[in-house]
Design a protein around this ligand. Structure first.
Ligand code: ADP
Ligand code: MG
Length: 287
C-alpha cells in the first residue's frame, strides 16, 4: 500500500548518548516516491542510518518534521503517534538477527504480531504465511534461532517484521555480511514482496549492483546532506567512472565504456545492468 514519506527541513544530531555528534543531518528536504524502491547510498558516516531512524521515530528531529502519511514526527511527538507509525512502517535494522531472542523460530516470528495485539491463532497464521514468503519452510519453526545459518537467521528476522503486515518497509543494509547467494535470495524476496504489496520500500546499501538491479530511485548522501535524489538511471547514466563524488558505477556500465573506447563507437543506450548491455551488443550485431 502506498505510504508517503516526507522530510521538511529536518536536522538531527546525537546529544543524549555517550558519544555526542553534532549536525548529523542538515536541513534535509525529501519526498520519497510511493510504491517504489528507493535506495540510499553514501560513505560510512554520511547519515544513511540516521535518515532511516528518523522515519520511524527512533531518533527525533532537532528541528523540522518528518511526515509519514498523516502522522507528523517532530521534536515533541507523542508515543501514540510513534506507535501508529511503527504499526504501518516496518523497520529492518542492520544485522537484525542480533535481535532474535525467542527459544524457537516460531515464537520469534509471532512476537511482532502479538505485540501489535494479534491473537495467538492469528499470529501463528501470519508466521506460516511469511515463512514461505522468505523461502523457508514450516519445518524450521521448532528450531532454535541459534541453530540456523547466517542467511537463515537474516530471513527469519525479516520474516518477523513482515509478519506484522507493514504497509511499507525500511531496511538498513539487508544484505550486509551475507554470501552472494543468500544476499540475492533476500533481495529477490524483498523485491517480490514490494511488488505484490505495491509498497513503498526504502533501503540502505553499499553495493551499486544492488542499486541497479533492485531500485527505482536513488538517494546519495554526503556529510549529512542529500546530494542527489532522482531515478537510478538519471543519476548513474550521467556519471563518469572517476566522478568527484566517488560513486562507483556498475560493472556493466564500466564494461560498456571500455568497449566503446576499444571499438571506437558509442552504443545507442547507456547500460547499467548485464541484461541491458547484452541487448545493446546484440543490436549492434556484435554477438
Ligand atoms: N548513536 C550515536 N551516537 C553518536 N553519534 C552517532 C550515533 N550514531 C551515528 N552517529 C554519528 O552520526 C553520523 C552519521 O551516522 P550514520 O547515520 O550511522 O551514518 P551511515 O549509516 O551513513 O554510516 C556519523 O558521524 C556517526 O558517527
Ligand atoms: Mg549505517
Amino acid at each position: 500500500m502506498a505510504m508517503q514519506i516526507e522530510f521538511k527541513s529536518v536536522s538531527a544530531d546525537y546529544q543524549l548518548g555517550p558519544i555526542k555528534s553534532k549536525n548529523v543531518l542538515k536541513d534535509v528536504n525529501l519526498k520519497i516516491k510511493t510504491n517504489r524502491v528507493t535506495v540510499i547510498i553514501g560513505k560510512t558516516g554520511s547519515g544513511k542510518s540516521t535518515l532511516l531512524k528518523l522515519m520511524n521515530g527512533l531518533i527525533l528531529p532537532t528541528s523540522g518534521e518528518v511526515k509519514i502519511d498523516e502522522h507528523v514526527i517532530h521534536s515533541k511527538v507523542n508515543k501514540q503517534t510513534l506507535k501508529n507509525i511503527r504499526a504501518d512502517l516496518g523497520m529492518v535494522f542492520q544485522f537484525p538477527e542480533a535481535q532474535l531472542f525467542a527459544e524457537t523460530v516460531l515464537d520469534d516470528i509471532m512476537f511482532g504480531p502479538l505485540n501489535f495485539g494479534d491473537t495467538q491463532e492469528s499470529a501463528k497464521e501470519k508466521a506460516k504465511e511469511v515463512i514461505t514468503q522468505v523461502g523457508l519452510s514450516e519445518s524450521i519453526f521448532t528450531k532454535s534461532p541459534l541453530e540456523l545459518s547466517g542467511g537463515q537467521k537474516r530471513r527469519v528476522a525479516i520474516a518477523g517484521v513482515l509478519a506484522t503486515h507493514p504497509k511499507s518497509l525500511i531496511l538498513d543494509e539487508p544484505g550486509a555480511g551475507l554470501d552472494p547467494s543468500s544476499k540475492k535470495k533476500i533481495l529477490d524476496f524483498l523485491k517480490s514482496w514490494q511488488i505484490r504489496k505495491n509498497a513503498t520500500m526504502v533501503m540502505v546499501t553499499h553495493d551499486i549492483e544492488e542499486v541497479v538491479n533492485y531500485a527505482d530511485d536513488l538517494i546519495v548522501m554526503k556529510n549529512g546532506e542529500i546530494i542527489f535524489h532522482d531515478s537510478v538511471y538519471s543519476i548513474l547514466s550521467n556519471l563518469s567512472p572517476d566522478n568527484q563524488w566517488g560513486i562507483a558505477l556498475p560493472e556493466a556500465r564500466l564494461l560498456q565504456l571500455e568497449l566503446e573506447k576499444k571499438l571506437g563507437f558509442k552504443f545507442d543506450k547507456i547500460c547499467l545492468t548485464a541484461n541491458q548491455l547484452a541487448e545493446q551488443i546484440e543490436r549492434k550485431g556484435l554477438a
